[in-house]
Design a protein around this ligand. Structure first.
Ligand code: SF4
Length: 487
């Protein structure tokens, strides 16, 4: 009686939802109207999660760590609640998940390399969700598809008992169900010698059943991506969508940053005379390099001024302080030369001249991909644009006072060689902030990678503030909040 009522509730619970399951094999593309804005945001939010998973691979994170990071990122950008979570709009969450996946298929189907990386990251995301699904809901999902496995009957199981036990040491054969699939469908289990192979069949114990599901997901997605790639040329005429797709497919290069603009009214303004100290303590390599060049040459070329100027603007430098900073830095020229040649551009970047656009600071992706520096330029990302020898020298001279040693170089250079420049930068952040409690693999917080120079600098400043607060608490503070010197 109870189970009938429970089953009826289950049916009702699912029948009201357009997407009955939290897990999805993405068999059919969305067919409803989608705005361009939705098209882009669903994809970007999903890409933030996938890019962080990809960075995790570059850092050889074990699965459990990847899972923790992916769960945190998913909660932030693409939450996906259980069907039993009746107080949230599960269909809206699942729709976003569905749209995001299909837009990214369009962006990542276009080369063998992109397809391979996309499938790997999507597979991991699916696995994380599979592992965090409730047992009952996961079972319902598995029952909703034909995985083409054959449950081994009791007679066959008894007949193979010895061989099954030998293939799965420690497993209680009597209480475990087994499934038969063609051996080609479980290569990872075969590689790990986890299954009995007989007459072309792999006998998979129920506890390893997930391997069949993951393999199926992977093969299905690979095939679908190849099909999408073949039909993609038709999209090339759509000048609204193609630029978005081009931009999205760069997401694995340096993650997906949030936009950093000038912090209006945040009380975080900085002054021109603070910059030297801030650079020494908090700037990432790209901005340290620009700062040192500016100090040495009393000048920066156009793209250098642009990259650095927008960065310090987003850090909280007001227009008046910016003019003061650049005027002092360009000490080799007259006021007249400065006013005529540079002041207008500084005001322009603050949205006070020309088309009055308030330009945001450049992200790692933009710095890595656009306006490639020539040999006499100082803009760009040192991890990408310096030779290996120059990078090693620059890293040691820039950060040795913050704890970076030659022993750290192989790890950093490995990431650089693999083309994971922002991962190298993240490792440097961890090393140079170790004395503020940042551990290896922690990134700029919660395992996140560096995706924007301003994110790097802000996190570094936050860590310093937290450290000062901690010291204040430990030694005791007077009524004005000043640290009381003891001893
Ligand atoms: Fe700058 Fe980003 Fe390169 Fe780091 S990874 S040096 S923040 S551009």
């Amino acid at each position: 009686m109870f189970s009938t009522r429970k089953a009826a509730v289950e049916v009702e619970r699912h029948s009201r939802l357009k997407y009955p399951h939290r897990l999805n094999f993405y068999d059919k593309p969305p067919v409803e109207d989608i705005t361009i804005e939705e098209f882009e945001t669903c994809a970007i939010d999903r890409l933030r999660v996938l890019a962080e998973i990809e960075s995790g691979f570059a850092r050889n994170r074990p699965y459990d760590e990847l899972k923790t990071i992916a769960i945190a990122q998913c909660e932030k950008y693409i939450p996906l609640n259980a069907t039993s979570a009746t107080t949230v709009n599960r269909d809206a969450q699942r729709r976003k998940d569905h749209i995001g996946h299909f837009v990214l298929r369009l962006a990542f189907c276009r080369s063998e390399e992109l397809r391979r990386r996309f499938v790997k990251a999507e597979m991991t995301l699916f696995r994380v969700r599979y592992d965090t699904d409730g047992n009952d809901e996961r079972k319902e999902f598995l029952n909703s598809r034909d995985f083409n496995w054959i449950q081994v009957n009791e007679k066959e199981k008894v007949g193979l008992a010895e061989e099954l036990a030998a293939a799965s040491p420690g497993l209680d054969i009597n209480t475990q169900d087994f499934y038969k699939v063609r051996w080609t469908r479980v290569p990872d289990l075969i590689e790990r010698r986890k299954v009995l192979l007989k007459a072309g069949w792999a006998y998979v114990p129920a506890r390893e059943q997930s391997s069949i599901v993951f393999q199926e997901f992977q093969v299905h997605l690979q095939n679908q991506l190849e099909k999408t790639a073949k039909s993609l040329p038709r999209l090339d005429e759509d000048n609204r969508i193609v630029p978005i797709l081009n931009n999205l497919s760069q997401g694995f290069l340096a993650g997906v940053p949030s936009e950093w603009g000038a912090p209006e009214g945040s009380g975080e303004e900085i002054r021109a005379d603070m910059i030297d100290d801030l650079a020494r303590k908090h700037f990432p390599m790209c901005m340290r390099n620009l700062h040192e060049n500016l100090k040495r040459d009393h000048h920066l070329k156009h793209f250098g001024r642009l990259q650095y100027g927008l960065f310090i603007k987003a850090l909280g430098l007001s227009i008046d302080e910016a003019v003061l900073f650049w005027r002092r830095s360009f000490s080799g020229m007259t006021d007249d030369q400065f006013n005529k040649g540079y002041k207008y551009n500084i005001r322009h970047s603050y949205g006070l001249e020309g088309k009055r656009a308030n330009y945001p600071a450049k992200s790692c992706q933009q710095i890595l991909m656009t306006d490639q520096p020539g040999s006499n330029d100082s803009h760009g990302c040192p991890y990408r644009h310096f030779s290996v020898d120059n990078l090693q020298t620059a890293l040691l001279s820039t950060y040795s006072s913050q704890g970076l040693t030659t022993a750290d170089l192989p790890d950093i250079l490995n990431s650089v060689k693999g083309g994971h420049y922002h991962v190298a930068c993240t490792r440097v952040f961890e090393i140079t902030h170790a004395n503020q409690g940042v551990k290896k693999m922690e990134g700029v917080g919660g395992g996140e990678s560096v995706t924007h120079p301003n994110q790097y600098a802000q996190r570094s400043r936050e860590l310093e503030k937290a450290m000062v607060e901690k010291v204040k608490k430990e030694v005791g503070a007077d009524g004005d909040g000043d640290v009381v010197m003891v001893g």
